[in-house]
Ligand binder design. Structure first.
Ligand code: GLA
Length: 381
């Protein structure tokens, strides 16, 4: 796919690219809807990535082409980039150019050719991968010397302010900063990050990712509403962010909030604790015992945060019934993907059981694959 990207770049843009960069999608092991509450997350990068072949242009134009697009080049002027002007997939890379320029980084134009095997609309951060691949390419093309976390924050800024999605920093941090063989522990307030070794194979385990292939429209506005609800709850509790609620204060906090906000607070507080517990288990070589923590995380997203849906609930239930050690929805919710921790020989039977449950329920077949922790954004050619 890498050589192909360079060859295809030449066919579209009429010259060889200066290089090829790749940035992965992600699944989050635990720590969901905590990143915009200044909390903790623990994602891994997927082997699936967005590849981008790229070359500088000296005329201030940004020319974007995607192998998954409609066969046309989106041709933009760097000067004319403002939030709201670019619709469709091109808004993500265009937003990265805008974010770099807005932050004062001296970038000019470029020709880019994208090719991706990150499933889209599956809650696996294909858009963060698109942004981070663009950011990594721009960083090298223009010799900016920015660090991986700096690139991630510029990519997040593109998504927040240019595309208009009020996401936290997890997806871009995962795509930019993850390493092979490790999960990325991130404190989203201090930005402290640590690579936590995650050798599933050595523990006789696999991480199964089940893409339910449903995405409920509800998700778009609901994410912003949930974020606003969390911020309102923090304000009512006199906290800077829900991260600041001490564990001992949870009961009292719930009593003084209306039920719809108390539920959100309960999820965020217990989920931050589950991240800490997961880190302890990984440090103590007790990966196999993570199952119940993952499953408890799902129950919290389903019952308290209410971002699960019939398909993700069914995938979790069927995986557990077929012997998964633990399972949960991953990502923003309202559809998307489920992860299941399974014994090394159980991946196929568990995936088959979920498929069969989906057929019985009249749902389309889900797509399952096993994920190994993979590297973050990098130059590949
Ligand atoms: C989406 C957002 C992330 C994060 C997750 C939920 O993936 O982009 O910032 O909030 O949802 O954990």
């Amino acid at each position: 796919m890498i050589d192909q990207a360079a060859t295809d770049f030449e066919a579209v843009h009429g010259a060889r690219p200066s290089g090829v960069w790749a940035a992965p999608g992600r699944v989050n092991l635990i720590g969901e809807h905590t990143d915009y509450n200044d909390g903790f997350v623990l994602p891994i990068a997927l082997p699936h990535s967005v590849k981008v072949a790229a070359r500088r242009r000296e005329d201030g134009r940004v020319r974007l082409y995607s192998a998954q697009g409609d066969g046309t080049i989106t041709d933009l002027s760097l000067d004319g980039l403002t939030p709201g002007v670019v619709a469709s997939w091109a808004g993500y890379p265009a937003g990265v150019f805008w974010a770099f320029a807005e932050a004062g980084h001296p970038v000019g134009g470029a020709d880019l050719f994208f090719d991706s095997d990150v499933p889209t609309g599956a809650g696996l951060s294909s858009s963060a991968a698109l942004e981070c691949a663009t950011a990594a390419a721009l960083n090298d093309l223009y010799g900016l010397g920015l660090s991986a976390p700096e690139l991630a924050l510029l990519a997040q800024r593109a998504e927040n302010a240019f595309v208009g999605v009020p996401c936290g920093a997890m997806d871009q941090m995962a795509s930019a900063c993850c390493t092979d063989g490790a999960a990325l522990f991130l404190d989203t307030r201090t930005r402290e990050q640590r690579h936590v070794p995650l050798d599933l194979a050595a523990a006789g385990l696999r991480l199964l990712v089940i893409d339910t292939r449903v995405k409920h429209d509800l998700g778009d506005g609901a994410y912003a509403a949930l974020r606003a609800g969390c911020e309102r709850a923090a304000e009512l509790l006199g906290l800077d962010a829900l991260r600041d609620l001490p564990p001992a204060g949870l009961t009292a906090a719930q009593e003084c909030l209306p039920d719809d906000l108390a539920r959100l607070v309960r999820h965020v507080a217990t989920e931050n604790r589950r991240v800490a517990e997961t880190i302890e288990h990984l440090g103590g070589d007790r990966i196999a015992e993570l199952g119940p923590i993952l499953t408890a995380g799902h129950a919290s997203l389903r019952d308290d945060f209410r971002v699960s849906c019939a398909e993700t609930d069914l995938a979790v239930e069927a995986a557990l019934a077929a012997g998964a050690l633990g399972a949960r929805m991953t990502g923003g919710g309202f559809g998307g993907s489920v992860i299941a921790l399974v014994g090394a020989t159980e991946a196929d039977p568990v995936a088959a059981a979920v498929r069969s449950a989906f057929r019985s329920a009249g749902y389309a077949d889900p797509v399952a694959f096993t994920a190994v922790p993979s590297p973050g954004a990098r130059r590949v050619a």
